[in-house]
Design a protein around this ligand. Structure first.
Ligand code: NAX
Length: 327
């Protein structure tokens, strides 16, 4: 049997944490042959709630769960970790300006980046879920100079999965019939879900829908889905967000299927005109070790404008955290 892999979840006592931890412990993150040791990082006032979740994890008697550690200290929580799911973040409060939001999150993701740099395992993979996810990932990455930058990623898989279902339902097919869908840019309302390269039944998805539906229904439905969930449920997406985090890491570790790709926000190498160093969503494949940006896609004027708008927002966020001294 293999040695347990340490998986750290921050914000472990939150609602995404509650939906995520049981699936990790049951083997859905790393597969049925890999035991996991869970490390739960929370702020001090939430430690007791995290202990309650740990009690329930114990009560599941998961064969793959080798142990649970709970801490409010990032250095302890990230020591020796191979997978870090950074879920805990500072939400935007009433009257909070963007600068305040970025500063508050800088206060979380800077020390976490430093702690990862100091103690994480050599094979560390980081997924940032906590918003603003792309820029939080950039902050953490910039404080971890000894970790290859490409190990820091941010989650757009929930947006991807939402888009897959929207087009599948529109065309009356199953979600498994949708391939090569892409979310470009920022995990925000400016994100661009791209149907022009997506395929359904071996044909372009965009060619099977009206441009009017694509522009005025599909794109806004995907981009504003988070708000629609809050409106309906009275709370933000939790189980679907946890599911997307599982999908992201599972795909990273096990690879994308031949001839298909997925979406993830990864450090730009300048591909598709996205400024180098920004953590932006791309069409990506994984070989089980690292993500690669799918190359050579033709981008028409409509897509170009949408990608540029979202990437411009990421550049502005980078400038803002730079001027705040956070990167
Ligand atoms: P909750 O408020 O339920 O939980 C957040 C938890 O993080 C709390 O328990 C809090 O104590 C903890 N926390 C705060 N600061 C911390 C720190 N410095 N170290 C460790 N833990 C800390 O939020 P939840 O609904 O679980 O959402 C978590 C984050 O995911 C939010 O930032 C949210 O905006 C973001 N989301 C991102 C999505 C994505 O697709 N990338 C979608 C879902 C979600 O909205």
């Amino acid at each position: 049997s293999t040695a347990p892999v340490k998986v750290t979840v921050t914000g472990a006592a939150g609602q995404i944490g509650y939906a995520l931890l049981f699936r990790i412990a049951s083997g859905q993150l790393l597969g049925p042959d890999t035991p996991v040791r869970l490390s739960l990082l929370e702020i001090t006032p939430a430690l007791k709630a995290a202990e309650g979740t740990a009690m329930e994890l114990d009560d599941c008697a998961f064969p793959l769960l080798a142990g649970i550690d709970i801490s409010d200290d990032a250095n302890t929580a990230f020591d020796g970790t191979s997978v870090a799911l950074l879920v805990g973040a500072r939400p935007r409060g009433p009257g909070m300006e963007r600068g305040d939001l970025l500063s508050a999150n800088g206060g979380i993701f800077k020390p976490q980046g430093e702690a990862l740099n100091k103690g994480a395992a050599d094979d560390i993979r980081v997924l940032v879920v906590g918003n603003p996810a792309n820029t939080n990932a950039l902050i953490a990455q910039s404080h971890a100079p000894d970790i290859p930058a490409e190990r820091f990623t941010a989650m757009t898989r929930l947006d991807h999965n939402r888009a897959v279902t929207q087009i599948a339902q529109k065309l009356g097919v199953g979600v498994s019939d949708v391939h090569k869908l892409t979310i470009w840019g920022n995990h925000s309302a400016t994100q661009y879900p791209d149907l022009f390269h997506a395929e359904v039944g071996g044909r372009s998805a965009a060619e099977q829908v009206e441009q009017e539906w694509l522009e005025n229904t599909f794109i806004p439905t995907v981009a504003k889905r988070g708000a629609a969930i809050i409106d309906a449920r009275g709370a933000s997406s939790a189980a679907s967000a946890a599911n997307a985090a599982i999908d992201h890491v599972h795909t990273w570790v096990h690879g994308t299927p031949e001839g298909d790709w997925t979406s993830a926000a990864i450090v730009s190498d300048g591909s598709y005109g996205v400024p180098e160093g920004l953590i932006s969503s791309f069409p990506v494949t994984s070989d089980g070790t690292s993500w690669k940006i799918v190359q050579g896609l033709e981008i028409d004027d409509f897509s170009r404008a949408k990608i540029d708008a979202s990437v411009a927002e990421l550049s502005e966020e980078r400038e803002a955290v730079r001027s705040l001294g956070l990167i």
